[in-house]
Design a protein around this ligand. Structure first.
Ligand code: ADP
Ligand code: MG
Length: 729
């Protein structure tokens, strides 16, 4: 066994769980390190508090003098908690969060210093934008960018730093981060949904999108990870033969959480409490060493920030426990991958979940309106939804018969299917009083009851209605939720605007009553959205065929999926809603394609290195031992007898050679293909070359390396094996 592999296993076996003592109740810890509303109320003047509240609720601007007051209170609060630095915390398009710390400390005159933090520093900063992905925006415009305070997401303390959530934009105004378009999309859906709510309740003034993510991840000992260059550099294993025992026995899901993992989770949860991240659920997932963490849902912008922050905190806490968190969607071949279900709904400032059936027929008509409009939005934009979750790592998961397929469809359950079928048959034009009464009593009025016993939950659907929310299940575990959330809220906003226009037209031009108009438009929407509704097994081959007939897209790879992002249609949606302009859309497309290219490129290099510099030399070493042995046998038994006695050795020598030859050829071929791909200018063609020409060679190389793993003496094998990665505790 290589020394690295030996020590990694040894070290892992010797680990003890870190002792965690929870001295306080979680409710007492919750939000302690957050400059939230109640802290603001306690520390701000009445004027300042009102100003922030209005900024949060109505998006109004905060006066500079008020910003100074807020900054000063925020600083005092933070200093009281031992904080020394502050940072604008943002989410550039790298997928990681970014921060640059500045001390509060400033010198005044000779030898004296004070702690200073003014409104200017709170509101705006200028980090150098040139080292963050910008998709060409930097070349076309100015290199500089700035971060600006987002008061809707409260400042928090992490370690000894006060973190202020901010947007990150170019000097020319283009968004360079995930948050900016998300905020714009949330504003769009708010406006559009409020307008539709007015049909049912004049008091509604604001609609918030909610998000509850479910974060899946693997926890692997850090020593084991260090012994695997592929996990270290790419987040996943690029080779490794399957372990004899994997997840076949289904003995991990919801099983007892292992001690070390449990102590990690408790430590993590305490940190989350302090940061105001309302984590609630933890459990083992399907694969060995795979787990899930889910919070109580929150307003979408805050939930997105909390998920991004959580992923950071998970990494940091893991260090204390000698773990490495794997967020990759597919760290191990043949073993369950990780996703991040995005549970989504819309709710009003009057406390109504618009995707939850209500108590009266009227509120149910409102529910049906939002329900059907969401389905229609997904129906009309399924390709964009697929594109919003595309990444090199998520490609391993989608369509791999364990996670949602690359085909988008909506599952609503038997009962609601029946309701939609009945609504589809309502009379065109004005409804008779009898028909309306019947609809209200027997169809719309029955919804809450039927939902109560709605127990069918189709786990194979990428977009499922689950009683009071839609669950977008195809999102990757590594993804920033802002991407799918921006898209989903945008297409729903656009759809609701179209709905309002149509209903208003019927009321004005056809002299219809409001209910009649709503029923009429919904009926047409139901007819038009049939394509996307699917209740069957989403993993089956039959669905692939059926979906093709229906004209649904099935983009299995990222370069294929991303192309619609720069379609006329996509640009028009974002532009109309003011979410992104054409330059921003194009820039994002380029960044995501580049990201794909670079990830496949890195994987190719790492795989080539491991195959040539670790696997092949090991195989040769073992082959030499066999050769020595065969020579010895020949000496003892002589030319003819020896061929019988040494048959196994001779066969092995030959088999090893044939694998070595193929590996060597494939690595050479892969390197050449990479060189060819690298010479391509156009980002789309380049990504496609990496996808179609470079990536398929990974499988060839891996196949033969994994075969060698089965042949070569375990003592010599350099890489920590699957069984060791997954089962050493
Ligand atoms: P599972 O999908 O594993 O069965 P649940 O359905 O209980 O789990 O909830 C999953 C997530 O959905 C949780 O994070 C929860 O907070 C969130 N959730 C529940 N209701 C809503 C809602 N109305 N809007 C958004 N998210 C919600
Ligand atoms: Mg779920």
């Amino acid at each position: 066994m290589s020394t690295l592999r030996f020590f990694a296993i040894q070290e892992t076996l010797n680990r003890k769980p870190v002792k965690i003592v929870e001295k306080k109740r979680r409710s007492e810890l919750f939000g302690k390190n957050v400059y939230n509303k109640s802290t603001m109320q306690q520390t701000l003047t009445k004027d300042a508090f009102e100003s922030v509240s209005n900024a949060i609720e109505k998006g109004t601007k905060i006066e500079r003098s008020i910003a100074d007051q807020i900054a000063s209170s925020m600083k005092d609060w933070a200093l009281g908690k031992g904080v020394t630095h502050y940072t604008h915390w943002f989410q550039p398009l790298t997928g990681a969060t970014a921060e640059k710390h500045d001390a509060f400390f400033e010198t005044i005159g000779e030898g004296d210093a004070i702690e200073k933090f003014g409104g200017g520093q709170l509101v705006q900063q200028e980090p150098d934008a040139s080292s963050f992905p910008n998709g060409g925006i930097r070349n076309t415009f100015e290199a500089r960018g700035y971060t600006a305070w987002d008061p809707t997401s409260p400042a928090f303390i992490y370690g000894t730093t006060l973190c202020i959530p901010t947007v990150f934009v170019a000097y020319t105004g283009e968004a360079l981060d995930y948050k900016t378009p998300l905020l714009r999309a949330l504003q769009a859906v708010d406006g559009a949904a409020v307008a539709v709510c007015k049909y049912f309740d004049k008091n509604v003034k604001k609609v918030n999108a909610s998000l509850g993510w479910e974060q899946e991840y693997f926890l692997i000992d850090s020593a084991l990870v260090s012994s695997r260059p592929d996990i270290l550099l790419t987040g996943r294993t690029l080779l490794g033969h399957a372990s004899a025992k994997g997840q076949q026995l289904d003995d991990h899901y919801f099983g007892t959480i292992p001690n070390r993992a449990m102590s990690y989770m408790r430590d993590l949860e305490t940190e989350c409490m302090l940061l105001g991240i309302p984590v609630k659920t933890r459990h083992n997932e399907v694969a060995p060493n795979q787990f899930e963490l889910a919070p109580i849902y929150e307003e979408a912008n805050l939930a997105v920030d909390h998920n991004a922050l959580l992923m950071d905190v998970m990494d940091k806490v893991a260090e204390r426990h000698n773990f490495k968190v794997l967020f990759h969607e597919k760290p191990f071949a043949g073993i369950n991958g990780s996703g991040k279900h995005n549970n989504w709904s819309l709710s009003t400032d009057t406390g109504v979940n618009l995707l939850s059936p209500g108590k009266t027929p009227m509120s149910n008509l409102q529910f049906l309106t939002f329900f059907v409009n969401t389905i229609k939005a997904v129906n009309d934009n399924e390709e964009l939804l697929r594109a919003a979750i595309a990444s090199a790592s998520n490609d391993h998961r989608l369509g791999a018969n364990e996670a949602p397929p690359a085909i988008m469809s909506v599952f609503i359950g038997k009962q609601l299917t029946k309701v939609l079928n009945e609504l589809e048959n309502v009379t065109s034009g004005k409804l008779s009083p009898e028909e309306k009464t019947d609809l209200k009593l027997n169809v719309v009025g029955k919804i809450p009851e039927i939902l109560l016993d709605n127990t069918d939950r189709n786990r194979t659907s990428p977009f499922a209605f689950t009683g009071n929310k839609f669950e977008f299940r195809a999102v990757g575990s590594k993804a920033n939720c802002a991407n799918p959330m921006t898209l989903l809220n945008s297409i729903v906003a656009k759809q609701l605007m179209a709905f309002k226009t149509e209903v208003d037209a019927l009321i004005e031009k056809k002299d219809m009553k409001k209910d009649d108009a709503v029923f009429n438009v919904l009926r047409e929407y139901i007819k038009k959205s049939k394509t996307i509704l699917f209740e069957g097994n989403g993993y089956g081959e039959a669905w692939e065929k059926e979906a093709k007939k229906r004209g649904l897209s099935n983009n299995k790879t990222t370069p294929g999926a991303l192309e619609v992002k720069i379609s006329k249609k996509a640009k028009a949606i974002y532009e109309e809603l003011g979410v992104m302009n054409a330059v921003e859309v194009e820039a994002r497309y380029e960044i995501e394609m580049e990201d794909y290219i670079m990830r496949i490129q890195i994987e190719g290099r790492v795989l080539g290195d491991i195959a040539r510099n670790h696997i092949v030399p090991t195989a040769i070493k073992y082959q030499n031992i066999l050769i020595e042995n065969a020579k010895g046998l020949k000496e003892i038994y002589g030319e003819t007898e020896f061929k019988k006695v040494a048959k196994a050795q001779l066969d092995l020598i030959e088999e090893i050679s044939s694998h070595i030859v193929t590996i060597n050829d494939s690595v050479t071929k892969m390197t050449n293909m990479r060189k060819k791909a690298n010479s391509i200018e156009d980002v789309t063609s380049k990504a496609k070359a990496y996808c179609d020409k470079v990536k398929p060679l990974f499988d060839d190389i891996r196949y033969h390396c994994d075969k060698l793993e089965l042949l070569v003496d375990d003592e010599l094998w350099p890489l920590t094996k699957y069984r060791e990665l997954l089962f050493t505790k």
